[in-house]
Design a protein around this ligand. Sequence first.
Ligand code: ZN
Length: 192
Amino acid sequence: MLAPASMAPDLGDNGRSFASPDMALLPILVYPDPRLHTVAQPVAQVDDALRRLVADMLETMYDAGGIGLAATQVDHHLRLVVIDVSEDRDQPMTLINPEIVWASESKKLNEEGCLSVPGIYDGVERSTAVKVRAQDDQGQERVIEADGLLAVCIQHEMDHLKGKVFVEYLSLLKRTRIQTKLAKARREALRT
Ligand code: ZN
């Protein structure tokens, strides 16, 4: 997820430098890529290969100035998301096999953006607080209670695991406009 200016932590120049020779930036799928609609499979084992993917996803998220990234967006169809909503970009969270065990009835309309839908921000209604059960990158199960931006981000990223992109909450008219705009941006990028 990309936070709009009104909600964003101060990212400075894309946050901290997180580079290490072992890590790699992963290509991010861009809407309407059909692979974004793949339903993610549960992670069977939290091992070094998975932790490597987590490290690459974090590097990719920080590099792109995002506050959350789902494995779906980098074409790995596993129930895995990484999030960091901290101002200093130093509190990475890894959620493996996340399940929402409680969501508040109170909802709020928030402006959201997404690394897979560059340049588009729009309002989506979400629960204001959630409780999520997930494993961390050591395979430890934990329950996270979230509100504010973290609650929004968790719900946004968990939608990706279901194959859902936030623009699908918007009207068909808006979605069509977004697809036209992204197709145009792609054509212009190819031309230069
Ligand atoms: Zn997203």
